[in-house]
Design a protein around this ligand. Structure first.
Ligand code: HEM
Length: 131
């Protein structure tokens, strides 16, 4: 809760500071609430399902689990918390996480999108209404 509120508030603050009217009116309490809701909806089920898949795959592959544990113990250590700075020294762990994302395949088709107006992107013309 705190994290989501903090992120949304930060977004709104940065928008308020960096943009001048009329865009300033885009930063209301309703927008803040919508942002918090969006972070919850987008972030809860995706994260918990991914973790469920990770536990399932690691329980099914004890060898991979052990290799990952050894790498974590060697690089991070049992008395420390993993940090972003460790990422580049955890190739096996990162590959395992990528593999969980790949075979867990949470959002294969994601959420349908369509162009709300004619746009040009990377040299391609996307007409209004195209999915
Ligand atoms: C393992 C966890 C997660 C997975 C697999 C995941 C997956 C995705 C995917 C595939 C999209 C693109 C959807 C689309 O537009 O077609 C997306 C967008 C988004 N996700 Fe996640 N997500 C995860 C965690 C989170 C978390 C923790 C948050 C927020 C706290 C979050 C917030 C969002 C938001 C706001 C968008 C929309 C971005 C935009 O279009 O501007 N996600 N996510």
């Amino acid at each position: 809760m705190f994290l989501c509120s903090y992120i949304s508030l930060s977004i709104c603050l940065s928008i308020s500071i960096s943009l001048s009217p009329p865009y300033l009116s885009l930063c209301t309490v309703d927008h803040l609430k919508a942002n918090i809701l969006e972070l919850f909806l987008a972030g809860s089920e995706t994260t918990s399902s991914t973790l469920w898949w990770a536990v399932f795959f690691l329980a099914s592959n004890p060898q991979a689990q052990q290799t990952m544990q050894e790498e974590m113990d060697r690089v991070v250590g049992r008395d420390n918390t993993p940090a972003l700075a460790h990422i580049y020294r955890l190739p096996y762990t990162m590959a395992t996480i990528s593999e969980v994302q790949r075979i867990g395949n949470l959002l294969p088709f994601a959420i349908p999108h369509k162009a709300t107006e004619d746009v040009s992107l990377g040299g391609y013309r996307i007409p209004k209404g195209k999915v």
